[in-house]
Ligand binder design. Structure first.
Ligand SMILES: [Zn+2]
Length: 175
């Protein structure tokens, strides 16, 4: 049945979250990017922990295997997902990729954020993503860019993340 499955599948994910001050001024939760918590005067507005990078990667994985996206798998109306660590979403997507007979080969991501800088946290984020996907750190890239101070992201009112992942079917894997 090898021919029934493409050897490779590619997936793309995008996510954006509003940034607000913490309560009582706003609804911002602590800022978490790729499983790393940042100290920042603004936090993410989200039902879960609002990890935009994990959400984008989750959607890239689900997109590659043509499964429902994160919003349909994990409705933000479900109280069980309140403040949930987004690694749960990512692990579920990795599990579904395995069930579909595929495994990730490499992942490329971009975080779009005016402030704060990812700085040294970038390598920790790469390690988190590599561990979640079960691939070497060298196969995970985390790029960061600002939004040139224009529009919502540039004005510090939002964070966005893009992810592209490629999967290989296990019957096409070389031992
Ligand atoms: Zn999200």
């Amino acid at each position: 049945m090898t021919d029934s499955f493409p050897a490779f599948k590619i997936g793309h994910g995008f996510d954006l979250h509003r940034l607000e001050p913490p309560p009582p001024e706003g609804r911002g939760r602590p800022l978490v990017i790729g499983g790393v918590r940042f100290t920042h005067e603004f936090g993410v507005v989200s039902h879960s922990d609002g990890d935009a990078l994990y959400h984008a990667v989750t959607d890239a994985l689900l997109g590659a295997i043509a499964e429902p996206d994160i919003g349909r798998l994990f409705p933000n109306t479900d109280p069980a997902h309140e403040a949930l660590d987004s690694i749960v979403f990512l692990e579920e997507a990795v599990h579904r990729v395995e069930l579909a007979g595929y495994r990730p080969l490499n992942l490329d991501t971009t975080v779009v954020l005016q402030r704060p800088k990812l700085g040294d946290a970038r390598d920790r984020i790469r390690k988190n993503l590599a561990a979640a996907l079960g691939i070497p750190v060298g196969c995970v890239n985390v790029k960061a860019t600002t939004h040139e101070k224009v529009d919502a992201i540039g004005e510090g009112r939002a964070i966005a993340a893009h992810a592209v992942v490629i999967l290989q079917h296990r019957e096409h894997l070389h031992a």
